[in-house]
Write a protein that binds this ligand. Structure first.
Ligand SMILES: Cc1cc2nc3c(=O)[nH]c(=O)nc-3n(C[C@H](O)[C@H](O)[C@H](O)COP(=O)(O)OP(=O)(O)OC[C@H]3O[C@@H](n4cnc5c(N)ncnc54)[C@H](O)[C@@H]3O)c2cc1C
Length: 411
């Protein structure tokens, strides 16, 4: 294999390039990226960069020492697997022996009218973050649509910058996949910090004339605003693969080694990869977390140098973190697979706690709120598929546990 091409110049793509070089690949390595920027990391975009605490340079991923031919500022437009070429939007063709697809995902836009008004933002790229920061620096009122991770983080950052913040969420609590205990706790914290959190409420319309002026909610109230952030989740970037013959679901379907289901010379990494996971009972999952994108990239970069039957599988439990105010939320495993997430241990006053969940009696996920040291223990229990009953027993006997949650453990 002489020519490895990576499409997507962000976290998964950078990690794949790094891993291929570390594994001794000395052939030609081309990385194509739609953004003009070299690879950077996204988590600060809703936190430290948005708050003005980090510089743009501090978001850089290590790319400068990588021996890579960068093709930045031009997206891949088409994949021709018969001739093993990627056609770029400027008409250039990039031949490959092996290809890694790492095109990630993009922010979902507000689907109704008004999305084009000035003052309406989404947040995915560094430039999105800088534009939102400029808007927030003017002060005033921010309305956030969606109380997922990005919506909640931006709400927290904007409160720190002194803005009035309203968050509108259709669900019963923020951070829906993390269960009611964690979501309700976070709702309380946001409200204590002055966020006007409107739950079980949707947006009927976005009002404005050139600039956004207000949003009308489904309960009939109208909230005046200067800035609107649509934080409505993400969509995988696969349009360029539409006629490639690769299976899309909507991520790129691959096997457990991140090899595309339809082509052993194509590997997939990061948010765009749809792969079976043993901890999800072999179901195909698409994980949109920083750590998984990094691990995927490393694995795909190494696996791309090997023949299909020599490639290693991706079996690590997904890990995610979110920082809001002084609260650190971390999760391990597949929270949405849990039949129920319940608090297994908590500090007095519940400032710190762990909620965990099982399926068919086996631990599948744990969420830590301000309890990073405890999460490591749960990570190994999830990886081992420990029974929830043994977990309860072990916690009871464990002096480093936060304390047994009333009426929960052994109930
Ligand atoms: C604001 C924000 C905050 C986050 N905070 C956290 C956090 O605290 N914790 C956490 O675990 N995760 C967090 N995440 C998620 C994490 O950043 C993503 O999971 C990770 O960025 C995925 O990396 P990726 O390389 O797969 O995809 P992406 O980061 O989406 O990168 C894909 C790249 O491919 C490019 N591309 C797309 N289409 C093409 C094409 N056709 N041709 C060429 N290039 C293309 C894109 O422009 C992009 O640069 C956050 C994400 C955002 C947006």
């Amino acid at each position: 294999m002489r020519r490895l091409v990576i499409i997507g110049a962000a976290l998964a793509g950078q990690r794949a390039a790094q891993a291929a070089r570390r594994a001794g690949f000395d052939g030609e390595l081309v990385v194509v990226g739609e953004e003009r920027r070299h690879p950077y990391t996204r988590p600060p975009l809703s936190k430290q960069l948005l708050a003005g605490e980090h510089t743009v340079e501090r978001c850089d991923l290590p790319w400068a020492k990588l021996e890579v031919a960068w093709r930045l500022g031009v997206p891949a437009a088409r994949l021709d697997r018969d001739s093993k070429r990627v056609v770029l939007a400027d008409g250039d063709e990039v031949p490959y022996d092996r290809l890694i697809v790492a095109t990630g995902s993009r922010a979902r836009q507000w689907p109704g009218g008004g999305g084009e008004l000035d003052g309406v933002h989404t947040l995915r790229t560094l430039d999105d973050s800088l534009a939102l920061r400029t808007a927030l620096e003017r002060g005033g009122h921010l309305v956030v649509l969606g109380a997922g991770f990005i919506g909640c983080e931006v709400a927290a950052t904007a409160r720190g910058l002194g803005l009035e913040v309203t968050v509108v969420e259709i669900a019963e609590h923020p951070l829906l996949p993390l269960g009611a205990e964690v979501g309700t706790h976070l709702a309380k914290i946001h409200r204590e910090r002055g966020v006007d959190l409107r739950l079980q409420t949707g947006v009927a319309s976005v009002i404005g004339n050139e600039r956004v002026e207000a949003v009308e909610l489904t309960d009939g109230t109208v909230v005046q605003t200067d800035v609107l952030l649509a934080a409505l989740g993400a969509t995988p970037n696969t349009e360029w693969l539409a006629d490639s013959g690769l299976s899309l679901d909507p991520g790129v379907v691959c096997d457990v080694t991140l090899t595309a289901a339809d082509d052993p010379d194509v590997l997939v990494a990061g948010d765009v990869a749809s792969h079976p996971h043993p901890l999800a009972g072999g179901r195909h999952v698409r994980i949109e977390h920083w750590t998984s994108a990094s691990e995927h990239g490393q694995l795909a970069g190494a696996n791309a140098l090997l023949e299909p039957d020599e490639r290693s599988p991706y079996t690590t439990a997904p890990y995610f973190w979110s920082d809001q105010y002084e609260v650190k939320v971390q999760s391990i495993g597949f929270t949405s697979d849990a039949e129920q997430l319940e608090v297994l241990e908590a500090s007095t006053g519940r400032e710190r706690f762990i909620a965990a969940g099982a399926r068919d009696g086996r631990l599948v996920a744990a969420v830590a709120v301000n309890a990073p040291r405890r999460l490591g223990w749960y990570r190994s229990q999830v990886a081992d598929g420990q029974s929830i009953e043994s977990v309860r027993e072990l916690i009871r006997a464990d002096e480093s546990a936060l304390g047994v949650a009333d009426g929960m453990v052994g109930a």
